[in-house]
Design a protein around this ligand. Structure first.
Ligand code: TNX
Length: 616
């Protein structure tokens, strides 16, 4: 019978916890813990028990978690059910009584060289809360027995992103044909552990996973979110943290809205004033900011490690006031306008009749393409209200050719639909009605769609009238509204096979901090993620709501802000399990957990909520 420790050791040195473990296999020695750490861990266990109500249908008289060394008492069952995963897997086959318990001597074994990086990521995810060393070893080594095995098998029939996960009393196995598939399997594994696995500090916990098998693969290949870093600027650590949030829910694209009237957020060597001058403000008059080329490379690399593709957007020809403040020669009247810190749209544009504009477009898109390994280049195209339709069409056609010359594929807001088709182009549809003959016609001419319906997927919309931030032009978007639509049939005349996938945009006119970003993303982002990943046959609001409820304690344990939507049956909460969390005035202190939360926690700064590590 595996022993469950009474107290967890001190946190591992983060520089060692991150990345692939370099230590000798079998090296399990950890520093002796301080009494304070032991007390903290015991408190965390008590709090975690309170945080996690027994799953509905499960009896409440389960045995208490073991508190001593190995003995003969029965192992308590896993608290999470195999079917609790978000997004819902394609197939779930529970095997009652076949739970696996992760113990301090467990190792992560890999088969296939490219599985090592994923194993390192898994170890980095599990070490902080468990305090276990979790060495990464070769699967061909017989020792130690019992643990997690990641197998990369090109022959495995799981598709480019799918996986199979088996939990038996002897161990957990994940098999995939690609590292991306293994990585998604790891996110599922993570959700099968108790919610306290998200704690950045050690927790004494019964680390059980429910027995059975999952086979899984996505419905759509494009599953994304957009962060508008132009209206308010968000620094690299905030963006990395958003990437972590995407990865948790198997989203694989991060669209960065890099330019708008209020700010130009990416350094362009050939036009240096764009970022220096155009990046110097934001909505409300704050100092703004921009990414250096190295910042952007870091974001792209961090995303790639998590199998997330960055989609950069340079919004053209409208939404360009910031560019015009830097280079007045691009303005229709040749005069640089003042910086803009309001929230109106549709007033600015680069001069589509000026050849200098096309030099600017080629230089900027060329540099962005060279910095971006992914296949997409988003050219915006929305709300250019002041540009005449023929001039607009000529501009977009020419810009599409510029993109093609960089080797990238055009993405644009669906306003570019009437323009001539360009090979492979993708329209991002943000309409609010299911009828759009112009878009349907573009699809018949070869375009594919990414669906971001304004009244379902726009995460800058308020949840309810009392939501303290956000817009309401597309109505309220509560969790159910975010969840209850079908990307495969949403736009009349657009067949499911023309739908590349879904994306949840977060515009940030009113969103100013990391905590506010998280408040708007959660819990709606997982709803959109499920629409992108899960087979339609799993779609069921009541089931989704119940599965999602178990994620509240995970977000709380991870120090994330979220909206405590009254639609979701959150488990009862008590004060938070770790010191770090106690410092965050989040929902955990809320006396009535099911009451709607309208206050957004203050900024979860690095001192309170951990910024993502280099490799977790
Ligand atoms: C419309 S959707 C916009 C953005 C705003 C957003 C606010 C789209 C392509 N353009 O410029 O930020 O509404 O919800």
């Amino acid at each position: 019978m595996p022993a469950v420790p009474t107290a967890a050791p001190e946190p591992l040195d983060p520089s060692r916890a991150a990345g692939v473990d370099e230590r000798e296999p079998g090296h399990h020695a950890l520093p002796v813990h301080e009494p304070a750490a032991a007390e903290l861990a015991r408190a965390a266990t008590r709090a975690a028990d309170d945080l996690l109500a027994p799953p509905s249908g499960a009896s409440d008289d389960r045995p208490a978690p073991p508190s001593g060394a190995a003995d003969d008492r029965p192992v308590p069952p896993a608290r999470v059910r195999l079917g609790d995963v978000v997004p819902a897997p394609e197939r779930v086959t529970p095997v009652p009584g076949a739970d696996f318990v992760l113990t301090p001597d467990a190792a992560i074994r890999v088969s296939g060289d490219d599985a090592r990086a994923v194993a390192g990521q898994l170890a980095a995810l599990l070490r902080p809360a468990t305090g276990y060393p979790l060495p990464v070893t070769d699967a061909t080594r017989p020792e130690p027995a019992g643990g997690i095995t990641l197998t990369l098998a090109a022959s495995a029939d799981h598709g480019p992103e799918g996986y199979r996960l088996d939990v038996t009393p002897d161990g957990v196995r994940i098999e995939a044909a690609t590292p991306a598939g293994l990585f998604h399997g790891v996110q599922t594994l993570r959700q099968l552990l108790p919610a306290t696995i998200e704690s950045p500090l050690p927790v004494a916990e019964h680390w059980a996973l429910p027995g059975g098998s999952i086979t899984d693969r996505p419905r759509f290949s494009y599953r994304g979110a957009m962060l508008d870093v132009a209206r308010h600027f968000f620094g690299v650590p905030d963006v990395l943290r958003v990437i972590d949030h995407l990865a948790r829910y198997k989203l694989n694209h991060l669209h960065l809205h890099l330019t708008d009237d209020q700010g130009w957020r990416i350094a362009i060597d050939s036009w240096p004033r764009l970022a220096e001058v155009g990046g110097a403000v934001e909505v409300g008059g704050g100092p703004g900011g921009h990414y250096t080329r190295d910042d952007y490379r870091r974001i792209v690399a961090y995303a790639a490690e998590r199998h997330v593709t960055v989609v950069p957007e340079i919004d053209l020809p409208g939404h360009t006031n910031a560019a015009l403040t830097a280079y007045g020669e691009l303005a229709p009247d040749g005069v640089a306008p003042p910086p803009y810190t309001g929230t109106e749209v549709g007033f600015s544009y680069v001069d589509p009749t000026n050849e200098r504009t096309y030099e600017f477009v080629a230089d900027v898109l060329g540099e962005i393409a060279a910095l971006t390994p992914g296949p997409w280049l988003h050219i915006g195209g929305d709300e250019a209200f002041k540009v005449r339709p023929d001039a607009y069409a000529a501009f977009v056609e020419r810009t599409q050719r510029v993109v093609a010359a960089t080797g990238k594929t055009v993405v644009g807001w669906h306003q570019i639909a009437p323009v001539a088709h360009a090979e492979g182009r993708v329209l991002q549809w943000w309409g609010t009605k299911g009828e759009d003959p112009v878009t349907a016609d573009a699809v018949h001419r070869g375009a594919r769609l990414v669906l971001s319906p304004g009244n379902h997927a726009y995460l800058d919309m308020k949840y309810a009238p009392d939501t303290p931030i956000g817009h309401d032009w597309a109505g309220m978007i509560d969790v159910r509204r975010a969840y209850d639509w079908d990307p495969g049939t949403h736009v009349a005349g657009v067949p499911a096979d023309a739908v590349l996938g879904v994306e949840a945009p977060l515009w940030t006119e009113s969103v100013t901090s990391r905590a506010e970003v998280e408040f708007m993303l959660f819990p709606r982002l997982p709803a959109i993620a499920e629409l992108g990943w899960s087979p339609r046959a799993t779609h069921d609001w009541a089931g989704f709501r119940d599965r999602l409820a178990g994620h509240g304690p995970r977000w709380a344990a991870a120090g994330m802000a979220f909206h405590r939507s009254p639609e979701i049956p959150w488990p009862a909460e008590r004060p938070t399990p770790t010191k770090r969390q106690a410092a965050i005035p989040t929902q955990a202190d809320h006396p009535t957990p099911s009451a709607p939360q309208t206050a957004i926690p203050t900024q979860t700064g690095p001192e309170e909520a951990p910024a993502p590590g280099p490799s977790a």
